[in-house]
Design a protein. Sequence first.
Length: 237
Amino acid sequence: MSLREPRLRPVLTTSITLGVAVGVFAIVFGVGAVSAGGSVAQACAMSLLIFTGASQLSAVAVIAGGGSFGSAVGGALILAARNSVFGLTMSRRLTGRLPTRLLAAQITIDESTAMATAQTDPELQRVAFWATGISIYVFWNLGTLVGALARSAIDPKKFGLDAAIPCAFVAILFPHLRTRRGRQAMALGAALCLATIPFLPIGVPVLISALAILVAVPVPGDDVPDSDVQVTGELPA
């Protein structure tokens, strides 16, 4: 398949656009990681090796708030668990030897899976997966480097960047509020977190609030977007 084929242009354009958009969140992560006590090298290594945005933001937020290493890792693992489902989905669409599959596993994330499954042609599915995954990987790591270097040169509180990670989480979660179950999970998670904050160590209430995801488990034909809400297909970072 030639990259000059007209049917590839929308896929490649969307892939690059997603990469740039997600790269903005990476800048937030880079700033937050260094603000939490990490070095530029540590922040970049985390993005290069872990490469799962929500988990990285969660871990940094817990550490920055004074939480324990165990709480940070626990929350990050809960968020990263969804990638196993993406892996099962893509295993039926991607072929190749072990090195190729290992590389594919590194870039199997929300956006690359969504872009691939949105295509009907098997070849387009593979192109969409690789183009989106590589684009986001490149821009995520570039954004992390920019954010980490910027934090080393400026005072985040002076520019309000200390609130960047909570704001990034709000932006990530916002698309899920289009459904009734998403709003129920949000309300229950917030209630669990607020109820346990006075009694438990920093970071543990966040882990407990993750139980709210149980109410968001979809039931076929039940959890659909509200009729008065337009679904735009926006993807979480």
